[in-house]
Each structure stands twice: as C-alpha cells, then as structure tokens.
Design a protein around this ligand. Structure first.
Ligand code: FES
Length: 469
C-alpha cells in the first residue's frame, strides 16, 4: 500500500525576491506585448455592465456575487479596490441606488470578479442585493476605484493585514492575490469576528495558510466569551495581540479594514507598537459598505502612479493607444501624450430644467423645478453666491472656493456622503440650474452628468445654483 501521509520534510520553494503584479512588467515593457495582456492595466475607472454568474453563500451572513463583464473584457483592478454599482432597488423605472463594494476576488484572475456583501437588515441595499441579485442579472458598474490596495511591486512584501467583520473582503482579495503570485512575501492576517461560526472565507484562508508558508492567519473572537474548543485568540485588538501575531509589526506595511471604532483603535495601537503612520493603510466599513479612505495618503499615492504612467504614455503614447482593445470600446483615457492621469472631471454644462434630461428619460428629480419659490426660503451663511436647496427649502450663501457639500451639510441639508473626494458617488444630487466646477475621481458617470447630476463633495459653485436636495 502506498503511504500518502508521510512525515517527509518538503523544503521551501525557491522564489524570486518580492511581489510584482502581472501588469507591472507588461506596462513597463518596450516590446509591445499583446493588447489583451495590456488590458490588465488597472489604471482608469470605467463604466461597464456586468452579469452576475454565480452566488456563493459565505459564513457570517455574507454572500459572494460573481460577475463577468458583458463586453467580455477582463476587469482590471488592484487588490483592495472597489466598484460602484447601481442597484435598481426601487424598480427599473426609478433611479438606481449606488453603493460601493470591495472586490473580494484576485485581479490575477480577472475574467470574473467577486463582491462579497454582508446583509444588514437595517440597510436599504444589502438585503435587496441578497434577495434579488441572481445569476443572469445585469448591473451597471463603475470602477475600479480606491487607493486602498497592494503596491504594484514590492521587493520586501511584508504585510500585516487586519480585518474585522465585513472588512475581510478587500483583505481577502489581497490574500488571494499574494497566494496566486510567485515571489517572496511574509503575510500575517489577523481577522476579528463576532462569533465562532461567522468568519467568511475561513475554509479558504485555512487552505491557503496550510499550503502557502508565506501566509499566516489568526482569528480573534471580539469581546465574546470563547466557545468550547476555540483555539484561537479572543478579545478585541490590543497591542499585546499585535505583538503576539506580528512581533515585527513595525517592519510591515499594514492594511486594515473594518468598522470605524475598530480602525481608530487599530491606528492607536499600531502607533504604540512602533508602526509608522506612513505604513498604515486603512479603509472603513459600516453597514452597507461605506468608503472613508485615508485619502490624503492615497491621493498622493494615486498621483505618484499617475505620474509614472503619464511618463510611460508620454514615451509611447501611440503604442499605448494602439494597444488598447478598442474593439471592446472600453477604454477612454482622460489624458493624452501631453496630459497627466489626474482625474479632472468632465466638463459640466448647465442643464435647462425644462429640457428632457437623458436618453433613458430619468431626471432623478422628485419635484419639478419651480414648484417651490426659493425667494421665500430662509437664507443662511455668507458668501457671494446663493445655493437654493429646493427640497430642504433653504438658501445658503457660499463663496466660490467652498465645497458645496460642506456648506450644505452645515446648513442642515441632508445629503449622504462617504468619501468626500468624488470617488464613491454617494453624495450625487441633481442640479436644476447654475454651474459647478467638479473635480471627481470616478464617482459619477458621464451620462449622469449629462442628466444634470453632480457630486457636491468635490464641486464648487460658479454661479448661483438651484439644487434638488
Ligand atoms: S461623498 Fe463620495 S463622491 Fe461625494
């Protein structure tokens, strides 16, 4: 009989140094590799339609939705990024509701991609998603977005990945990505959950940790008492716990994702154990995924990447454009050989409130302009321009350099907002008249702008305005 389970020691694989994403070399190549390979470059958020092809129940009340792009192209993204998805929660004839969800799959398998959604019974969208998104459903998407992601190349690749609850989704993408790549890496995952049976992906994480010596996974049971047989850690995140799982935390890049309280604690504790601010990358989750990124750092990172790519493009602009799979009609870089990749937003035009809004007929306006008279509203604030918020019934005076969201919220206008940087799309409102200057980062679609919508978090007023909010 052949003995399968032997104690024979198997030596470690021999590996190249560090990690490198597949597109890194492809984009840097001067040899002009195939266009399909270049499609892996995750540089620009794109608008595309995707079809759900599979749903996979996960532990912890989560569900993975597997999609493929309807145009047949791969989805280029970086591990940790997210997509904005328009869900027809109120029916096909109503405006969809946008939500951002992290991609939980690995970009090294780009022909399908996953989002993993935790159903929050109090949420508007996540229960609907669980109930209604089924194989065959096609949704409008925009992405990839977000600067919370692994670097494209890292010669050290020493990471501490901290996740709490649904915050595991972008971390899972990172783990899957690292596992799929050759190269030296040293990864510690510390995953906090509320109950023993509630750790999404635990079987896959256990498998990866068992076959990939670069990855170590630890679990901790929040502040719950340990059930019988629980062999992992227990309790909330502490400095001692970080020391226990990663005594060399201060030599690692830390990626952390979870609810706000958890991340605030993590930030303090990481400092305590000597991790430098510049090595900490965080992304906030709460309920339906909300995106509050460490924007300053991330935008700086994005600017570096933009500069790098702009140089490449300046060197070989024609090659670059020719290499794009135009047959798909997907890539619409917002720059040219002279320009940079910085998202500057699409030019806005004033929309005539009486004119038909969009090809699909949706105006997103619940109330016809002119049905209320802004001259009867209270006026608050100081500034040279007036914003009239028709639903709230208030006029707000602003200066041309003030971001509209900030002053509106200060004046009590209810506009939801997550990222406040023009990325997530959650603050989108309709402009009934007037002009704005918008500097978004991919959080709004061109046809939405055509339909008179804008993102007040990253817009300033150029003229007096009337706004449907
Ligand atoms: S708050 Fe995210 S786009 Fe405005």
């Amino acid at each position: 009989m052949i003995e399968l389970l032997t104690e024979t020691a198997i030596s470690e694989p021999s590996r190249i140094r560090g990690l490198e994403m597949p597109w890194n070399r492809v984009m840097g190549s001067t040899e002009g590799p195939a266009g399909a390979a270049r499609a892996l470059g995750p540089w620009h958020p794109q608008e595309f339609m995707a079809e759900c092809v599979e749903t996979v129940p996960e532990a912890g009340g989560m569900m993975t939705f597997v999609f493929r792009r309807c145009d047949g192209a791969p989805l280029a993204f970086r591990a940790g990024q997210y997509v904005n998805i328009a869900f027809p929660v109120n029916g096909e004839d109503q405006d969809p509701v946008d939500r951002s969800y992290s991609l939980s799959s690995s970009p090294t398998q780009p022909w399908t991609f996953n989002i993993t959604v935790k159903s929050d019974p109090a949420g508007l969208v996540s229960p609907w998603v669980h109930e209604n998104v089924k194989p065959g459903m096609v949704l409008d998407m925009l992405g990839p977005v977000g600067a919370f992601h692994l670097p494209d190349a890292d010669r050290r690749a020493r990471y501490l990945l901290l996740a709490a609850g649904a915050g595991i989704t972008p971390i899972m993408s990172m783990v899957r990505t690292i596992h799929s790549l050759p190269g030296q890496a040293d990864v510690v995952v510390l995953y906090h959950g509320a109950e023993a049976g509630g750790y999404a992906f635990h079987q896959e994480l256990a498998y990866i940790a068992s076959v990939d010596s670069r990855v170590k996974v630890f679990y901790s049971l929040g502040n719950r008492s340990k059930p019988e047989g629980w062999e992992w850690l227990s309790g909330r995140l502490t400095a001692a716990m970080i020391d226990q799982v990663a005594p060399d935390a201060n030599g690692r890049q830390v990626y952390a994702c979870g609810p706000e309280g958890y991340l605030n604690t993590a930030a303090e504790l990481l400092k305590k154990v000597g991790v430098d601010d510049t090595s900490i990358n965080m992304e906030f989750f709460s309920g339906d995924r909300q995106t509050l990124l460490e924007y300053q750092e991330e935008l700086a990172l994005a600017a570096d990447i933009a500069e790098e790519i702009a140089e490449e493009i300046a060197d070989s602009a024609q090659d670059y454009y020719e290499s794009q799979p135009t047959a798909f009609g997907l890539y619409e870089p917002g720059y040219d050989a002279e320009g940079t990749l910085t998202a500057t937003g699409l030019p806005l035009e004033t929309v005539d409130p009486d004119a038909p809004r969009s090809e699909d007929g949706s105006s997103g306006v619940g109330e016809e302009p002119g049905s209320s008279d802004a001259s009867s509203f209270d006026t608050v604030g100081t500034g040279s321009l007036t914003l009239s918020f028709m639903r709230t019934g208030i006029n707000v005076r602003v200066d041309p350099d003030e971001h509209i969201l900030e002053v509106a919220q200060r004046a009590g206008v209810r506009i939801g907002a997550n990222c406040k940087e023009g990325m997530c799309g959650s603050c989108k409102v309709v402009k009934l008249s007037g002009e704005v200057e918008m500097n978004h980062q991919g959080g709004i679609r061109a046809r939405e702008i055509d339909a008179g919508k804008f993102l007040p978090c990253c817009s300033t007023a150029r003229t007096d305005m009337v706004i449907d909010a």
